[in-house]
Structures are given as structure tokens and as C-alpha cells.
Design a protein around this ligand. Sequence first.
Ligand code: NAG
Length: 279
Amino acid sequence: MAKLAILAVFVLGLLGGGARANFFTDIDVTWGGGRAKVLENGNLLQLVLDRTSGSGFQSKREYLYGRVDMDIKLVAGNSAGTVSAYYLSSLGPTHDEIDFEFLGNLTGDPVILHTNVFSQGKGSREQQFYLWFDPRLQFHTYSIVWNPQQILFYVDGTPIREFRNLERETGVPYLKSQPMRLYSSLWSADDWATRGGLVKTDWSKAPFVSYYRNYRADACVWAGGRSACSPASGTWWDQSLDAAAAQKLRWVRQNYMVYDYCTDRRRYPQPPPECAYSR
Ligand SMILES: *[C@@H]1O[C@H](CO)[C@@H](O)[C@H](O)[C@H]1NC(C)=O
């Protein structure tokens, strides 16, 4: 039994584990000259934005397929002009990327959750949503499931977006060979973020702070030029939307969607090929 338990821990370790990560050991603060801080024995991380700089971090590990979850509490009060990003990305000019970005707003006005998917360096697949809660008041869980069939974006377990592997049907390249890191940052983009740049960052409210906890990566770690990923890697491996989940996705789209590139005829008179398959 003990041997089995040790083996299980070892195997989970190889996979990146489903266990909660520790910000001291599992991420690197990469930007912000000391503004970002790891607190509470590695269980809490704060990003800070002031007039001089924002801040950011990245995971130490790279992954090829997996599920990542993070609890995030966004900048409180008047966060207009600020952007908090939380995304997976590979490197280079033909990189892949899966994005969550939160566009701040005046107190009482809704934050927008902006999403995008890049494959082989091509993005421009934005979908934006309001949330059914105020993400500045409490921690909420934002998750990405990435497996060979699809990418799923979740908010508190509710699916908000699906990007399917439609290589065969459409020729649109899928994210399947470039390992990605998790990145997160807080910065000011008041030239575009809030009401298209009309509302500026109010620096008298600085410093702006966002909080992160419960980072879990149940994912296949990329090491030595490979990732040993298989159906046994986790329940996320063949996760897809069943009828009930698809119903929830439709509820989100009907009630909270602000923008969908698939229906932007001014930008895309011919919708991109993957759009023919969207739910
Ligand atoms: C900010 O609030 C305004 C007014 O309610 C709204 O139109 C806008 O979509 C909100 N979000 C952003 C990021 O601009």
C-alpha cells in the first residue's frame, strides 16, 4: 500500500499534479521590480500596478495539454484602464496562446472578460463577456482545459467558450505541438481597455492590486523536448461539453456575451471557417 502511494505521488509529480501549487516554488515573478509579492507561505500572490510599472509572473513549467485553474480577485473599486491577463502561451512568431483578459471599469460598471485563441501566430478570435457577478469583490475560479479535441474556458465551472480541433474539417491549425507556460500580469492600457479608451486610469487610486490563489496545474509537463501525455493523464484528457454543459454555454452566450468575432460582419464579411461550427 505504502509503495503504491509512493508510486502515485511520483506519477502525479511527473504529470504536474492536480495538487495546489505553491507560488514560491512553482512560478517566477518576471516583471515589476518587486511590486509582485508572494504571501501566506506561497499560497497567495499579489500583482501591483502603479504609475511607474505593472507586474507579472509566469509558471516555471511548460505544459503540453492539461487543465489549469486559478482563483483570481480583480482590482477593487475603480479599475478603469487596467488590464489583468491570465493566459497560456508558447514562444516565437508562430506561437499558440489561450487568453483570459479582464478589462477594468469604473466602480459599479461591469468588468469585461476578453478571450482569444492564437494558433500558429494567428489570433483575432476575440470573444468578450460580462460576468454574472462582480469579479472585483471575491475570488472566482478561472480554468482552461486543453486537450487534443478542444479548448474549454470555464468561470466557476461554467463553460463560457469552446475552441474545437477542426483541423480536418476546416484546415485551421490546432494548438497541439507547442508547449505553453502560464503567464499573468497587471498593467494599464487606458488607450483601449475601458469603453474603447474613453475612460482613463485614475492614478490617484493607485496602487492597483489583484490577488491570486489556488493555482492548480493538472497538466502534462514538457521536459527534455517531450511530454508524456496520455488518456491516463487526467479526466480533462477527454473532457468535452455534454448536453447540460452545452446548455450552460448557450446561457452564457445569450445573456452575457458582449462581442463575438464570428458575428462581426464588418470585420469578417466572410466569417472565419471555424465559426460555422460554433454552438
Ligand atoms: C464599462 O462600463 C460601460 C458602461 O456601463 C460599458 O459600456 C463597458 O462595456 C464596460 N466595460 C469596459 C471594459 O469598457
